[in-house]
Write a new protein. Sequence first.
Length: 136
Amino acid sequence: MHDGVADGTTISSGGNVWVYGTANGTTDNGSLVVDGLASGTIVNSGGTESVLFGGIDVGAQISGGTQYDYGSTNGDTIYSGFQIVEAGGIASGTTISSGGKALERREVTAVVPLMCSRPHRLATNWSAHPVRGPAD
Protein backbone atom coordinates (compact mmCIF):
# COMPACT_ATOMS: atom_id res chain seq x y z
CA MET A 1 0.00 0.00 0.00
CA HIS A 2 1.48 3.35 -1.04
CA ASP A 3 0.20 6.68 0.32
CA GLY A 4 -3.30 5.31 0.79
CA VAL A 5 -5.38 4.09 3.71
CA ALA A 6 -6.17 0.43 4.42
CA ASP A 7 -8.68 -0.53 7.10
CA GLY A 8 -9.17 -4.01 8.57
CA THR A 9 -6.63 -5.87 6.42
CA THR A 10 -5.81 -9.49 7.32
CA ILE A 11 -2.39 -10.82 6.31
CA SER A 12 -2.40 -14.60 5.90
CA SER A 13 0.52 -16.81 6.88
CA GLY A 14 3.23 -16.35 4.26
CA GLY A 15 1.73 -13.05 3.09
CA ASN A 16 3.59 -9.73 3.00
CA VAL A 17 2.27 -6.17 3.25
CA TRP A 18 4.33 -2.96 3.06
CA VAL A 19 2.70 0.17 4.46
CA TYR A 20 3.84 3.55 3.13
CA GLY A 21 0.56 5.28 3.94
CA THR A 22 -1.78 4.38 6.82
CA ALA A 23 -3.01 0.97 7.98
CA ASN A 24 -5.70 0.70 10.64
CA GLY A 25 -6.72 -2.51 12.41
CA THR A 26 -4.44 -4.90 10.51
CA THR A 27 -4.42 -8.55 11.66
CA ASP A 28 -0.94 -9.88 10.97
CA ASN A 29 -0.33 -13.62 10.57
CA GLY A 30 2.47 -13.10 8.03
CA SER A 31 4.77 -10.12 7.54
CA LEU A 32 3.90 -6.43 7.95
CA VAL A 33 6.49 -3.73 7.18
CA VAL A 34 5.58 -0.22 8.33
CA ASP A 35 7.22 2.78 6.68
CA GLY A 36 4.18 4.97 7.34
CA LEU A 37 1.60 4.79 10.14
CA ALA A 38 0.02 1.64 11.56
CA SER A 39 -2.68 1.80 14.21
CA GLY A 40 -4.36 -1.00 16.14
CA THR A 41 -2.30 -3.81 14.60
CA ILE A 42 -2.71 -7.35 16.00
CA VAL A 43 0.45 -9.43 15.57
CA ASN A 44 -0.52 -13.08 15.99
CA SER A 45 1.67 -16.16 16.43
CA GLY A 46 3.78 -16.59 13.30
CA GLY A 47 3.36 -12.92 12.39
CA THR A 48 6.08 -10.28 12.30
CA GLU A 49 5.77 -6.53 12.21
CA SER A 50 8.80 -4.40 11.32
CA VAL A 51 8.45 -0.70 12.09
CA LEU A 52 11.13 0.96 9.98
CA PHE A 53 13.08 4.14 10.79
CA GLY A 54 10.55 6.90 10.22
CA GLY A 55 7.64 4.47 10.62
CA ILE A 56 5.14 4.81 13.48
CA ASP A 57 3.03 2.16 15.17
CA VAL A 58 0.35 3.06 17.71
CA GLY A 59 -1.54 0.64 19.95
CA ALA A 60 -0.34 -2.69 18.60
CA GLN A 61 -1.37 -5.89 20.35
CA ILE A 62 1.33 -8.53 20.17
CA SER A 63 -0.26 -11.95 20.67
CA GLY A 64 2.41 -14.54 19.98
CA GLY A 65 4.19 -12.75 17.15
CA THR A 66 7.23 -10.50 17.04
CA GLN A 67 7.49 -6.75 16.53
CA TYR A 68 10.83 -5.27 15.43
CA ASP A 69 11.02 -1.56 16.24
CA TYR A 70 13.52 0.54 14.28
CA GLY A 71 11.16 3.53 14.28
CA SER A 72 8.65 4.61 16.89
CA THR A 73 5.99 2.66 18.79
CA ASN A 74 3.53 4.00 21.31
CA GLY A 75 1.03 2.29 23.61
CA ASP A 76 1.70 -1.29 22.52
CA THR A 77 0.62 -4.27 24.62
CA ILE A 78 2.56 -7.54 24.58
CA TYR A 79 0.33 -10.43 25.63
CA SER A 80 2.73 -13.11 24.42
CA GLY A 81 5.58 -12.93 21.95
CA PHE A 82 8.20 -10.21 21.66
CA GLN A 83 8.77 -6.54 21.07
CA ILE A 84 12.39 -6.07 19.96
CA VAL A 85 13.49 -2.44 20.05
CA GLU A 86 16.49 -2.07 17.77
CA ALA A 87 19.22 0.59 17.94
CA GLY A 88 17.61 3.90 17.02
CA GLY A 89 14.11 2.64 17.83
CA ILE A 90 11.88 4.29 20.42
CA ALA A 91 9.17 2.46 22.36
CA SER A 92 6.95 4.41 24.72
CA GLY A 93 4.09 3.27 26.90
CA THR A 94 4.61 -0.45 26.27
CA THR A 95 2.64 -2.71 28.61
CA ILE A 96 3.82 -6.29 29.10
CA SER A 97 1.30 -8.89 30.19
CA SER A 98 2.10 -12.39 31.38
CA GLY A 99 3.97 -14.26 28.66
CA GLY A 100 5.23 -11.16 26.84
CA LYS A 101 8.81 -9.93 26.58
CA ALA A 102 10.47 -6.71 25.48
CA LEU A 103 14.06 -6.91 24.30
CA GLU A 104 16.13 -3.81 23.73
CA ARG A 105 19.28 -3.36 21.70
CA ARG A 106 22.20 -1.45 23.16
CA GLU A 107 22.00 2.34 22.93
CA VAL A 108 18.25 2.36 22.60
CA THR A 109 16.05 4.96 24.19
CA ALA A 110 12.90 3.27 25.37
CA VAL A 111 10.12 3.73 27.84
CA VAL A 112 9.02 0.23 28.73
CA PRO A 113 6.91 -2.00 30.99
CA LEU A 114 4.12 -0.63 33.08
CA MET A 115 4.51 2.89 31.79
CA CYS A 116 7.99 3.62 33.14
CA SER A 117 8.18 7.41 33.25
CA ARG A 118 11.67 8.12 31.94
CA PRO A 119 13.83 6.94 29.04
CA HIS A 120 16.90 4.89 29.84
CA ARG A 121 19.95 3.48 28.09
CA LEU A 122 20.98 -0.12 28.60
CA ALA A 123 24.57 -1.17 29.15
CA THR A 124 24.20 -4.67 27.71
CA ASN A 125 23.57 -5.85 24.17
CA TRP A 126 20.17 -7.37 24.98
CA SER A 127 17.99 -7.07 28.02
CA ALA A 128 14.74 -8.89 28.71
CA HIS A 129 12.37 -7.07 31.00
CA PRO A 130 10.64 -9.36 33.52
CA VAL A 131 6.91 -9.16 33.96
CA ARG A 132 6.04 -7.45 37.24
CA GLY A 133 2.68 -6.77 38.73
CA PRO A 134 1.58 -3.59 40.55
CA ALA A 135 2.50 -5.10 43.93
CA ASP A 136 6.13 -5.87 42.92
